[in-house]
Design a protein around this ligand. Structure first.
Ligand code: BEZ
Length: 327
């Protein structure tokens, strides 16, 4: 066989291999930590259904909620090796690996869920996603969120003095740990699904939580004091493994990106729609409610800023964007 013919055959073989790769039906796996009834999980299922339909049945997605594939740190490792294809992750784990994401947790960066959603839809927030392929080997498709953070406690918290010494459950990540340490509390990192028992058996005195989780996981059964502080937003990010991404055709990438982004947007708008009704429902429960604002936490905020302004240089740009989007 002459050299030209060998080369031609090699090119044809490569093209065939590529086209059979693109034509290959895939059953993707998507992991997340929230329980099946949580909106992140129901939207993940809805994403699976839409992708199946839009790929004319070629692709399917099996969704693994409730930490079935491990905690977020473990899922990130699986995504990095390509053992897991996709996930909806709290920004918590991402901020442990890319400190700039910690800027999204600046206390009182946003006024509430509507402001949070506007900021997460902004180009400045999208710039953060661009850091993900190089720094963690994941493709960040877009943001979701839950509602603003509040403090539910067994004993009343009426001033910063009452925070001191509280064993206070946090999601395991550094920006929130630093915030509560600065309040004088003793942060206790615990995954979402361990919180109910930890409150019930006295392992923790208080929890950092959002309205939706307080309601669906019934945390109010174990603690009846609520500090409505709205002190931080709590974003989520929809990701695809960088290794898996590289194997996909341009057409499949586009399909996955567009479809996942639509369902992430449903999460953002869903939490915007639910927030007022959830607050009303919570106010209707038999809880002792105290309200707090940035002034309440002023010393802790100053301490947090002194650490995170340096650790997360994107904080300045996000703050400017948040200011522009304030209404
Ligand atoms: C949490 O860790 O508090 C949490 C995580 C995911 C969704 C809602 C809450």
């Amino acid at each position: 066989m002459n050299r030209i013919k060998t080369l031609t055959l090699a090119v044809v073989a490569t093209a065939l291999a590529a086209s059979s790769l693109t034509a290959q039906a895939r059953d993707f796996r998507l992991g997340l930590i929230t329980p099946p009834q949580h909106m992140w999980s129901t939207e993940a299922e809805a994403f699976a259904e839409t992708l199946h339909e839009r790929s004319d049945g070629e692709h399917s997605v099996s969704v693994f909620p409730a930490q079935q594939l491990g905690n977020e740190a473990q899922m990130v490792q699986q995504l990095q090796t390509g053992a897991l294809d996709m996930a909806f992750l709290t920004i918590a784990e991402i901020s442990n690996r890319i400190p700039d994401f910690g800027a999204l947790y600046a206390p009182y960066l946003v006024d509430g869920v509507d402001h949070a959603a506007r900021l997460l839809r902004s180009d400045t927030a999208a710039e953060l996603l661009e850091l993900m392929p190089a720094e963690v080997g994941l493709v960040g498709v877009g943001y979701g969120m839950v509602g603003m953070r509040q403090v539910l406690s067994r004993d009343p918290i009426e001033s910063m003095d009452d925070m001191r010494g509280q064993r206070l459950r946090i999601t395991p990540f550094e920006p929130i740990r630093d915030f509560y340490t600065a309040t004088g509390a003793a942060p206790a990192p615990l995954p979402l699904l361990e919180v109910y028992d930890a409150l019930a058996n006295g392992q923790v005195d208080a929890i950092d939580m959002d309205f939706d989780s307080i309601l669906i996981l019934k945390f109010y059964e174990q603690a009846n004091n609520l500090l409505i502080s709205n002190h931080m937003m709590f974003p989520m990010v929809g990701v695809v493994s960088g290794r898996v991404w590289r194997e996909l055709s341009a057409e499949d990438r586009d399909l996955i990106e567009t479809t996942m982004a639509e369902h992430l947007e449903n999460v953002l708008s869903g939490f915007q729609e639910m927030d007022a009704a959830q607050e009303e429902e919570i106010r209707g429960l038999d809880l002792n409610i105290v309200e707090a604002d940035a002034e309440f936490f002023s010393e802790a905020i100053a301490e947090w800023e002194s650490t995170w302004a340096e650790k997360a240089p994107m904080l300045e740009a996000l703050r400017e964007e948040a200011e522009r989007l304030r209404q």
